[in-house]
Design a protein around this ligand. Structure first.
Ligand SMILES: [Zn+2]
Length: 163
């Protein structure tokens, strides 16, 4: 699966348990604002708390380390209409998803475009990107994206390949 280039010994070779992977490198992202316009009434909504989400990202294959993004984001409350909402981080990850969009898109492409079975796609992500995604999760993503033969239905995916 890797392209041409220098040979890099694979320290994950032989690892069969996710707990045995090297410690993830933590990258911090800050989506913390003092105030945002209310999505309902456009009134200024001040921050009342700061939340945090940890997202598994594509790992550092060269260093053989997983990468986790820790995203701090502000939570806001509108004093005019009472609406409470968090700072949008959907460019990084979908709500309730513990993986970044990059992981999700890579997984869907492996199945929908490259035609890998779910288990093989899971193995590829672990082996080449140091990120463990259970194959059932990949299956859910692919089905949500429109099925195994409909990778193009996944809106965010630019088409790759033949002209
Ligand atoms: Zn409001």
């Amino acid at each position: 699966m890797s392209g041409p280039g220098e040979y890099v010994p694979d320290v994950t070779e032989g690892i069969t348990r996710v707990e045995d992977l090297p410690e993830p490198r933590i990258e911090r992202r800050c989506r913390n604002r003092p105030a945002l316009p209310c999505p309902r009434c456009r009134h200024r909504a001040g921050r009342y708390a700061v939340g945090s989400r940890t997202l598994h990202d594509l790992g550092d294959a060269r260093a053989n380390r997983p990468v986790d993004l820790v995203v701090a984001f502000s939570r806001h409350r509108c004093l005019r209409c009472g609406c409470c909402f968090p700072r949008d981080i959907s460019d990084l990850a979908l709500p309730y998803c513990q993986y970044t969009r990059r992981v999700q898109q890579r997984a869907v492409r492996l199945v929908a475009e490259d035609g890998l079975p779910y288990q093989a796609a899971s193995w590829h992500l672990w082996r080449d990107h140091c990120v463990f995604v259970p194959y059932a999760t990949i299956q859910n993503w692919v089905e949500a994206a429109g099925g195994k033969n409909a990778g193009h239905a996944f809106g965010q995916l630019p088409r790759r390949g033949f002209g």
